[in-house]
Design a binder for this molecule. Structure first.
Ligand code: ACO
Length: 330
């Protein structure tokens, strides 16, 4: 018998505090108009540690919502993957702490670093475990507090990001008409310099004399990333369609990584996808890295924009560089 993975629950977790474009005008030379026209972002949510908000708390909220939708106890989860570049701590991992908080006593858990592609990579790994028959139920989370890695003086990056988490629960099925059909994952380490965090880790730890806090922040070559994001998300999308002998028109709904409305529009135009077949929330949340895909999936599903049996194509691109696409029949 062949096994497949079915998505049975999704959820999101957002911090309470909203930071608008106007708020940035107080400390960098920018404007609401510039940010809106260049990125499509109007506001983003920012975690407040004083309110107990962190990568872990957001991941927990998203996972709890997903469990509720799936209507299963946490004890049924056998694998937890948290895609994040802003882990709560490196040891224990965010996933280990999430396992503890959820009481998912039968799961093994680990964090996965693939920047904005963290959720998609995680989905692909969980799907392989389930297809192989090794386990039945997995929780995949994308959770970030990128506000902790933002240089608030760098106007070209600080306006782009937000904090959030999204989650999905997969379970084994033998029914391919409600399952992940295929996933393609890619990376190109030769382009890693385009989006990086130079200091703060083993290459230059905080206790070294040459460590600079200003380098422990996101550095990005925006226009190069922009072009690669469009090309690679479109290529990956076409690959998963080819894998299933499907055409763009056969797909009911598209979810593009929410980094910039212009990237999304360019992808939609290249693939010939009408924007009313996509979910857009970059205006409300900014780029929440690994959290964008599961949040879109959750919102679109709960809103009824995605229905049972719909073919949904999700594609992402992130630092590293990493990218990929997946086709799911819900
Ligand atoms: N407010 C006002 N001016 C700004 C701002 C700002 N917030 N940021 C940059 N500028 C200025 C620049 O300094 C530059 O000024 P100059 O010409 O005097 O040097 C001018 O605007 C144009 O800058 P560009 O970088 O050419 O602007 P561009 O149109 O490329 O937009 C942006 C920049 C929004 C970063 C765009 O390149 C982009 O979105 N790239 C994709 C990057 C991204 O989304 N990365 C996220 C991670 S990867 C991913 O998730 C896909």
């Amino acid at each position: 018998m062949s096994y497949y993975s079915k998505i049975i629950g999704t959820g999101k977790g957002l911090p309470e505090t909203i930071m608008t474009n106007k708020d940035f005008e107080a400390f960098v030379e920018t404007s609401d108009e510039w940010i809106r026209t260049r990125t499509g972002i109007a506001q983003r949510h920012i975690a407040n540690p004083e309110k107990g908000e962190s990568t872990l708390s957001l991941a927990r909220k998203a996972a709890q919502n997903a469990l509720q939708m799936a209507n299963i106890p946490a004890q049924e989860i056998e694998l937890i993957i948290v895609g994040t570049v802003t882990p709560e701590s490196v040891m224990p991992t965010t996933a280990n702490s999430l396992q503890r908080d959820l009481g998912a006593v039968n799961a093994f858990s680990f964090d996965l670093q693939a920047a904005c592609s963290g959720f998609l990579y995680g989905l692909s790994i969980a799907d392989q475990y389930i297809r192989s028959g090794s386990l039945k139920t997995a929780l995949v989370v994308g959770a970030e507090t990128l506000s902790t890695l933002i240089n608030w003086q760098d106007r070209s990056t600080c306006v782009l990001f937000g904090d959030a988490a999204g989650a999905a629960i997969l379970t084994r099925t033998d029914n391919k008409s409600h399952a992940i059909l295929s996933t393609r994952t890619y990376s190109d380490g030769t382009r890693g310099d385009l989006l990086k965090i130079p200091h703060g880790y083993a290459a230059c730890p905080p206790w070294r004399a040459d460590y600079r806090p200003s380098e422990h922040k996101i550095k990005m070559q925006g226009s190069e990333i922009f072009k690669l994001a469009v090309r690679n998300m479109c290529d990956a999308s076409m690959k998963v369609l080819e894998d299933n002998q499907l055409k763009v028109e056969d797909v009911d709904f598209f979810i593009f990584h929410q980094a910039n409305i212009r990237i999304i529009e360019m992808c939609a135009k290249t693939l010939n996808v009408p924007l009313n077949k996509t979910w857009l929330n970059v205006d409300k949340y900014g780029n929440t890295s690994a959290a964008t895909l599961p949040i879109c999936l959750d919102e679109a599903w709960r809103a009824g924009a995605i229905k049972s049996g719909d073919k949904v194509l999700m594609t992402t691109f992130g630092g590293g560089i990493t990218w990929g696409a997946t086709l799911v029949q819900m």
